[in-house]
Design a protein around this ligand. Structure first.
Ligand code: PEP
Length: 248
């Protein structure tokens, strides 16, 4: 099973559901639709209505983040994984670099992942190095650290998905070379195998400037289990073209 996950970030109002409806109709009729799952993470304001609308449809809905405490708390503006699950969403992104910039430490992220799994959400956990770390050849160390400080053997690997998102690639049009990406994905999978002590490990996705053009290169990389897509997920045509070009 491959994953195509659209992260809408701060985009969308109620009538943006039309974009997802077009994508849902495409997926529903696509002859390859057994091979992949399309998921979208709209902002919190749309989570309940979109989750309910797409409950029995081809695409699934998730949240972009959650608070690191369980159920309810006195933190203004916070949304817990319990609240996300209770409006019908199935997935949650945790550790996106946007949130790491805003102060999410490994300890906070571990708590977010643990509570989300406890509340039966599937977690899309993001990792990635920045430009400076890449330049200093620190990518492997950074990724191993980001994984091992958060992911524990006791976590259910079936409900975890990892997304490798090099920060220097997000929204820039710059992407890693094929060789670089294969090496990095292998390293991530090796690190996960060590943690879980089994061959069965979470799926590993790539995110960062994925569009209908760059997907033609990424599709050659068999180690990749799917993609986290930002900018190109806000247009039904762009998102559908990514899937079409992947299976062409
Ligand atoms: C993202 O922010 O998760 C992302 C992958 O963005 P983009 O596809 O626009 O680079």
């Amino acid at each position: 099973m491959r994953y195509f996950i659209g992260n809408w970030k701060m985009f969308g109002v109620p009538n943006s559901i039309g974009i997802l409806n077009k994508i849902n109709n495409f997926v529903r009729k696509d002859k390859n639709n057994k091979k992949y799952q399309a998921i979208f993470t709209p902002p919190f304001t749309l989570l309940e209505s979109f989750s309910k609308y797409f409950t029995k449809k081809a695409i699934k809905i998730g949240a972009q983040n959650c608070y690191h405490k369980d159920i309810f708390s006195s933190n203004t503006g916070a949304i817990s994984s319990y609240m996300i699950k209770n409006v019908g969403a199935k997935y949650v992104i945790i550790g996106h670099s946007d949130n790491r910039f805003e102060g999410d430490t490994n300890q906070i992220l571990k708590s977010k992942v643990a509570y989300s799994l406890k509340n039966n959400l599937k977690v899309i956990f993001c990792i990635g190095e920045n430009k400076k770390e890449k330049r200093k050849n620190l990518t492997s160390n950074i990724l191993k650290n980001q994984i091992s400080k958060v992911i524990e053997r006791k976590f259910n690997q079936n409900n975890l998905i990892l997304a490798y998102e090099p920060i220097w690639s997000i929204g820039t049009g710059k992407v890693p070379s094929e060789k670089e990406l294969i090496r990095t994905i292998k390293l991530i999978k090796k690190t996960l195998k060590k943690i879980f002590g089994t061959k069965k490990i979470p799926k590993v996705l790539y995110g960062g400037s994925v569009d209908s053009k760059s997907i033609k290169v990424f599709k050659k990389i068999n180690e990749l289990d799917g993609f986290l897509i930002g900018g190109a997920s806000k247009s039904s045509k762009n998102f559908i073209d990514i899937i079409k070009n992947y299976y062409r």
